[in-house]
Design a protein around this ligand. Structure first.
Ligand code: F6P
Length: 363
């Protein structure tokens, strides 16, 4: 029997379990493969004894409708670099990619499927260079990976955000308020943009289009002047103001992650400082966008990503990532997949279209 190891890394995302189930179901057809899962990304491989579970029929039954990951995950530790103290007590990070690759082989695994975002796929690429048979599956609710048209989890996140926006509209209307809703999107504004279009927001602020506070004030003022007594603003957590009015994130010290909730409150302050007298309220959606059951679309996308990933393993197509392109499932080299990000382009049709629908970006 040949042995396959699955790992889920980075932040969790609705659809991870559907990928796991898709891989196992497709593997079953081959008869000569057994599928295992490592606990919490590659931590299970490093544990002594290893924390690796066999993914039996019973373990994967019906999991495609469940959010999160049955294998657990982490975005805290980098499995390829370990802290080591030098003779002066200073901490240095040492590359141990070969240690992880060798350990996986020593445990008897013939191949690995690594499900994760940009960081995880860079890990896949490094392990592949160290001779590991590996296939990547792209995952992120932010939809910011360039080699695929869509990542699973994104549609679910947009649906959750859009449903929340609908609820904010009725209360904004009743109180004549400015409502600010902060959504996820550290580097890319896809969730904010789709939510703003879907919910009919007046203002959408995203990392790719720095905003001018004066333009936002004009828009808000004109809404109130025309008697349309409320304003809905969707802001991505990574949105920035133009020079001179910089929003600095309330960052988590020592962490690469921005602490959610920074920008919504700072925007309120900026609007007040710029003369907005209407009442302003903030809603920070946070991790509800990543939780719960995946949408039907994400279940389909994730399940087929799983099937395709196993097919690549069976065909020996390693060093590649599964991708959804032009309505088809294809394999792209990991090197290409990790080269770029998928950012919202200022002059794209979606941005122009949003403007035509009455959305202001503040540019
Ligand atoms: O990468 C996805 C993401 O949702 C980002 O938008 C956000 O900054 C981050 O995860 C937060 O993750 P965590 O709180 O798990 O560190």
């Amino acid at each position: 029997m040949k042995k396959l190891l699955i790992a889920t890394g980075g932040g969790d995302c609705p659809g991870l379990n559907a990928v796991i189930r898709g891989i196992c179901k497709r593997a079953k057809k081959e008869k000569d493969w057994e599928v295992y899962g490592s606990r919490e990304a590659f931590n299970g491989v490093y544990s002594d004894p290893p924390e690796i579970i066999k993914l039996t029929k019973k373990k994967i039954a019906g999991i495609h409708v469940k959010g999160g990951t049955i294998l657990k995950t982490t975005n805290k530790a980098d499995p390829l670099h370990f802290p080591v103290k030098d003779e002066n007590g200073n901490v240095k990070f040492v590359d141990r990619t070969n240690v992880l690759a060798d350990r996986i082989k020593e445990l008897g695994f013939d191949a690995v499927i690594n499900i994760g975002g940009d960081g995880s796929q860079k890990i896949s690429q490094a392990l592949f260079k160290h001779g590991l048979n590996i296939v990547g599956v792209p995952k992120t609710i932010d939809n910011d990976l360039s080699a695929t048209d869509m990542t699973f989890g994104f549609q679910t996140a947009v649906q959750i955000a859009s449903d929340s926006l609908d609820k904010l509209v009725t209360t904004a209307e009743s109180h004549h308020r400015v409502m600010i809703m902060e959504v996820m999107g550290r580097d890319a504004g896809w969730i904010a943009l789709h939510t703003a279009i879907s919910g009919g927001a007046e203002i959408c602020l995203i990392p790719e289009i720095p905003y001018d506070i004066k333009k936002l004030v004009e828009k808000i003022q004109s809404r109130y002047d025309k008697g349309r007594g409320f304003v809905i603003i969707v802001i991505a957590e990574g949105a920035k103001a133009k020079e001179g009015t910089i929003v600095s994130h309330a960052g988590d010290e020592g962490s690469r992650h921005v602490r959610l909730g920074g920008v919504a409150y700072q925007l309120t302050q900026q609007l007040k400082d710029a003369g907005i007298t209407a009442e302003i309220r903030e809603t920070v959606l946070g991790h509800v966008q990543r939780g719960g059951t995946p949408s039907a679309f994400d279940r389909v996308l994730a399940s087929l990503f799983g099937v395709k990933a196993f097919e690549m393993v069976a065909n020996g197509e390693f060093g590649k990532m599964v991708s959804f392109k032009n309505n088809d499932f294809i394999a792209v080299p990991l090197e290409e997949a990790t080269k770029d990000y998928n950012f919202v382009k200022k002059d794209s049709f979606i941005v122009k279209g949003a403007k035509d629908l009455g959305i202001t970006f503040g540019d």
